[in-house]
Design a protein around this ligand. Structure first.
Ligand SMILES: C[S@@+](CC[C@H](N)C(=O)[O-])C[C@H]1O[C@@H](n2cnc3c(N)ncnc32)[C@H](O)[C@@H]1O
Length: 274
């Protein structure tokens, strides 16, 4: 079984603080106030970056001043974007303490600390009372969750009535057998993909309704192609997803793209109601 420190090492790949500091120094983003947009190249830790966050935002019915939870918030990039866009309050939780530390520093640098709070936590056991939040979302996290029933039940529990739950993930495609290593796992020890229909049936059993799914394979393939092209032309920007994902990010992105092309995996977005 995979340990807590294996998970931390998988996500941080050594000294993530130094890599972030170095990249920010080289791009002149040190010792000054920042706009959230300046951090998009490194704080959106999922395929397609800010474009995927914007797409999901268009499908989430968030209103001003609502309290929203981001489950598996990473460095808090999506949380800062939605908090600014919708003028809401976001609590993000993530299992990787270093990401939370960097994310809270990014909140401070972008003057977003009043609207975005990031805490260390596990999506399978949320440390909040029942019916605390007006909405919940989770971007590219569930691939790592072995017990989906527990994860989705916790989201359901902390949501108020008539609220929403939205998430994006790579589901298991009809061909199965994804090519490892992948952006979210080196092997089956950390990867727990389910066919989208199985995910939908778990959500229904828990009590979620009005479940709407959109497949995003084409968008993800073209997103990965752009990333890989930059690398092959030696045009990789200083500030990019590789700062967090490390040296193997390109290989893992390539495998993810190929897994989608061969119908081994199937990325999608789901938005549903409590
Ligand atoms: C691909 S990253 C996505 C981060 C963020 N949602 C984003 O889109 O920028 C996956 C994140 O899930 C987190 N994670 C994995 N398992 C988790 C769990 N059981 N509870 C909370 N976070 C988890 C990892 O630490 C990592 O930050």
């Amino acid at each position: 079984m995979i340990s807590k420190s294996d998970i931390e090492n998988f996500w941080t790949r050594g000294d993530v603080f130094s890599r972030v500091h170095q990249a920010m120094s080289e791009t002149g983003l040190i010792n000054k106030k920042l706009e959230i947009e300046e951090l998009f190249p490194i704080d959106q830790y999922h395929a397609r970056g800010i474009a995927a966050t914007v797409d999901l935002g268009k499908r989430m019915p968030i209103s001003k001043n609502q309290k929203i939870i981001d489950i598996g918030c990473g460095l808090g990039g999506p949380a800062r974007y939605y908090a600014k866009e919708f003028k809401c309050f976001i609590t993000g939780i993530d299992i990787t303490p270093s990401f939370i530390e960097i994310g809270n520093e990014f909140n401070r640098l972008t003057s977003m600390s009043d609207n975005v709070e990031l805490l260390v936590g596990n999506g399978e056991v949320l440390d909040f009372d029942n019916e605390t939040f007006d909405g919940a979302y989770s971007q590219h996290v569930t691939m790592n969750i072995s017990n989906r029933e527990k994860f989705f039940s916790e989201a359901f529990r902390v949501l108020k009535k008539d609220s929403f739950f939205a998430f994006t993930e790579h589901g298991l495609g009809p061909e199965g057998k994804p090519i490892f290593p992948l952006p979210w796992a080196n092997s089956l020890e950390m990867s727990f993909l389910l066919p989208p229909q199985k995910t939908i049936s778990i959500l229904k059993d828990i009590g979620f309704s009005d479940i709407k799914i959109i497949e995003t394979a084409e968008k993800y393939i073209s997103g990965y192609e752009k990333l890989i092209k930059l690398k092959s032309e030696n045009k990789k920007p200083v500030l990019g997803i590789h700062v967090i994902g490390g040296d193997t990010m390109n290989e893992r992105s390539r495998n993810s793209m190929q897994s989608i092309k061969e119908n081994r995996t199937l990325p999608f977005e789901i938005v549903c109601k409590k």
